[in-house]
Design a protein around this ligand. Structure first.
Ligand code: ADP
Ligand code: ZN
Ligand code: ZN
Length: 739
């Protein structure tokens, strides 16, 4: 390499730029894009990534530091992944160093070499199984450990290796083991961390119905290149069966598949289904694993030792040797969007990745995102539908229950109570969906109207029963329950509204002999609690289920014949553009939990707005009809997908600082002539959270290109604003709501 060249390095820091360094004195020609380097940055030594080799720097050479060390001999990322990550930096206008670092497992991020994680174990050597007493007579400590090993071995003769983990927990000292090893009595063994098992006997696939067959054929005919599919199939229509078929083809051709799921909770059941059907190595990647496990899985996928990788959001950045297809299941789900920091949307990144890798991507859903449907209807996505349940079960009947002027019992209408009685007598299960945990959402003074609010968020605190306290669901703050009004001293404090705890209590008093289980974040905090509760439901040990959105997704309860939705009106009042879409999706997804097997299902939706066009259309014509209606509204009001948005959100202790920063940012943006509409600064709909005020500035444009060009021109200046250091600010490209 020429000596005068400049190395442009991405460094994990919030600054959206590359930093210039001089090549190292030795091995300068090994410096290529995609390798890691050690550099001094401020007073620290950091691991950065070589992005470009350039001829010029804006800084004089003598001011530049030299790269301290090269960490890789060759690029760490495959070419497609590298291109994808660079694209993410440009598209999301986010610091590239952070994006690159996040894509790697922890060890690599910290500058260590890539290798498969191992576990240490010890074993007795044959000559160690029987020794004469005198050998260890003068080494009591060694003798003690040795006796321990002998008895462990005697307990389980078939277990040859005793893991270091286990020995450590027994209080064994490593140095003693090493002394025994010197005497050739024991031996240390390193073995590879086991992360998956291949099933030797796989189940055969069911015979596909006509729609499934048609979908598979269309997909399998196009495995050789980029094509986005939208698989729009009602709940239980056999979408997973279609994925399995396509993935089988891809794996048989020697290539790999990536399956993205919205949440960890769904990974075990999907893993089981894939393991039972695909006779190849399958790996899992999600936040519930240890760094070691994630690191090993990452490397195995990269080396091609894993054929199918099932993972949550961030698995979209896993590396592969030869990726052949990407599946995004429940692709409408908001969990695919990262909420903080690097705010990417894994579904959108997946589509881009498929394009770069020249492979198909399948977006599956019973309630596709409006943006996906729009793309399908415009012909940008290949649209495939599955319209009947694969098991032959019929779709549940949806019914609106008019709550106006009803004498409801703690939020339950008479009609619902009657129907629950009937189902319970027949031995069926009933699911109550209420997206509000706690006992009552509001504590109100009957005399003066004072509300118990969180002073850090200015929103009402939720009353909880176990333990009895007030809790803020925005910031987690807790407060004892007031016995009198803080404003007027009045003693009549009303508990307004129904949360899951209250509903559970009401059901218990209505049906004292029936077993009830509640599944929400409070009741499943302990490790294993959710699995235990789900098991209880599956074994029929709970006949009434009360749950939040945790229960809405993916789970399959064959005995649930009635679903009751208690409080869905919130979306009808929400000012946010995304609320009606989210509500329609939720109703259909929750309804899909009813009558999945032989028994026919029914869904009762309690509402104070039975005449709402949205609800009427949804129950009489279905999700896609609602989607069309909402899309027409969006078109008339210039909202996504008819306009493209970017959202600046600012948080600060002083409301004025937020406003000032966004005013300055707006001035910077206005300097550049553009086809972008600026809205704000305005206080955010959630005006205060955790003691900080929140303000927004929305950028909107008919064409994505205008938005990106404007941000490219103005972001440097905005980043350098004096106020930028005094507030917390973020930029969200394609925000999914404006809260
Ligand atoms: P989805 O992913 O659309 O919710 P699944 O693939 O989970 O649907 O299928 C729902 C149920 O129907 C599963 O129990 C599955 O085993 C079964 N199933 C799917 N396809 C068929 C088929 N062609 N014949 C019989 N059963 C099927
Ligand atoms: Zn009062
Ligand atoms: Zn709060």
């Amino acid at each position: 390499m020429e000596k005068n060249l400049i190395i442009k390095v991405a460094i994990p820091s919030p600054l959206r730029k590359l930093f210039d360094y001089l090549p190292p004195l030795q091995d300068a020609d090994l410096v290529v894009p995609g390798t890691r380097v050690k550099v001094s940055f401020g007073r620290k030594q950091l691991v950065g990534f070589v992005v470009q080799i350039a001829a010029h720097s804006d800084f004089p050479r003598h001011k530049l530091k030299r790269i301290s060390a090269l960490l890789d001999q060759q690029p760490l990322f495959s070419p497609t992944l590298w291109d994808l990550l660079l694209w993410c930096g440009r598209y999301y206008h986010y610091a590239l160093g952070e994006i690159l670092a996040r894509a790697l497992p922890k060890a690599l991020r910290n500058g260590e070499p890539a290798h498969l994680a191992t576990e240490t174990a010890w074993r007795l050597l044959p000559q160690g199984e029987q020794i004469e007493n005198k050998v260890l007579a003068r080494a009591p400590k060694q003798n003690q450990v040795y006796q321990q090993l002998l008895s462990l071995h005697a307990e389980q003769p078939e277990k040859l290796l005793i893991s270091w983990h286990e020995l450590q927990s027994l209080g064994v000292d490593k140095r003693i083991l090493e002394l025994l090893s010197d005497k050739k009595l024991v031996e240390k063994v390193e073995f590879e961390l086991k992360i998956n098992q291949i099933q030797s006997e796989v189940h055969s696939a069911p015979i596909l119905n006509a729609e499934q067959q048609a979908a598979c054929q269309k997909m399998e005919a196009r495995l050789g290149g980029f094509i986005p599919f939208l698989l729009d199939g009602i709940t239980g229509s056999g979408k997973t069966e279609v994925y399995l078929h396509v993935v089988e083809q891809v794996v048989q051709a020697g290539r790999q598949a990536l399956i993205l799921l919205p949440e960890i909770g769904l990974t075990p059941q999907t893993l089981t289904r894939f393991t039972l059907r695909i006779g190849a190595a399958i790996g899992l990647l999600h936040s519930g694993l240890t760094d070691k496990e994630r690191g090993t899985t990452w490397l195995k996928a990269k080396n091609g030792d894993i054929s199918v990788l099932i993972g949550t959001r961030s698995a979209v950045f896993a590396d592969f040797k030869d990726l052949g297809v990407i599946v995004v299941d429940e692709s409408h789900d908001h969990s695919f969007k990262q909420w903080e920091g690097f705010q990417y949307h894994a579904r959108d990144v997946a589509v881009r990745r498929a394009q770069l890798a020249n492979i198909p991507v399948i977006l599956g859903s019973a309630t596709p995102a409006l943006s996906s449907l729009h793309n399908a209807w415009q012909g940008k996505f290949n649209y495939l539908t599955l319209s009947v349940r694969a098991t032959g079960a019929s779709l549940p009947l949806l019914q609106l229950i008019d709550m106006r002027q009803q004498k409801a019992k703690e939020g339950l209408s008479k009609a619902v109570i009657e129907q629950v009685k009937t189902e319970v007598e027949r031995g069926n299960q009933v699911l109550f969906f209420l997206n509000r945990r706690g006992f009552a959402p509001v504590l109100l003074c009957h005399d003066c109207g004072w509300l118990a609010e969180c002073d850090r968020c200015q929103t009402p605190m939720t009353l909880h029963q176990q333990p009895k306290q007030l809790r803020c669901h925005h910031c987690g703050k807790q407060h004892g329950v007031y016995t009198a009004c803080v404003e007027c001293g009045g003693k009549q404090l009303l508990q307004i509204g129904v949360g899951t705890q209250r509903l559970e209590q009401t059901l218990q008093s209505l049906f004292p002999k029936i077993s009830i289980t509640r599944i929400d974040r409070d009741s499943t905090r302990k490790k294993g609690a959710l699995e235990a509760k789900l098991n209880q439901v599956h074994q029929g040990n709970a006949q009434l289920l009360v749950g939040t959105q945790m229960l809405a997704k993916g789970h399959h309860f064959p005995n649930v014949t009635l679903v009751v939705m208690l409080d869905i009106d919130g979306a009808l009042y929400s000012g946010d553009f995304s609320a009606s879409e989210a509500m329609a999706q939720q109703v259909i997804q929750v309804a899909g939990r009813a009558g999945r097997a032989e028994k026919k299902g029914m869904v009762m939706i309690q509402t104070h707005h039975p005449d709402s066009v949205l609800l009427q259309t949804l129950i009489s014509q279905g999700y896609n009809a609602v989607a069309k209606k909402i899309l027409i509204e969006r078109q008339q009001t210039d909202l996504p997908p008819y306009a493209h948005l970017a959202l600046f959100t600012v948080e600060a202790v002083q409301s004025d600082s937020c406003q000032k920063f966004l005013q300055d940012a707006r001035l910077s943006l206005q300097k550049h002539a553009s086809e972008v509409t600026l809205l704000g600064p305005l206080p955010a709909p959630i005006e205060k959270r955790s003691g900080r005020y929140r303000w927004q500035l929305v950028l909107s444009s008919k064409q994505r290109g205008f938005l990106h060009r404007l941000l490219n021109s103005a972001l440097d200046e905005i980043e350098a604003l004096p106020m930028a250091r005094k507030v917390r600010w973020s930029l969200d490209i394609d925000p999914i709501d404006l809260l």
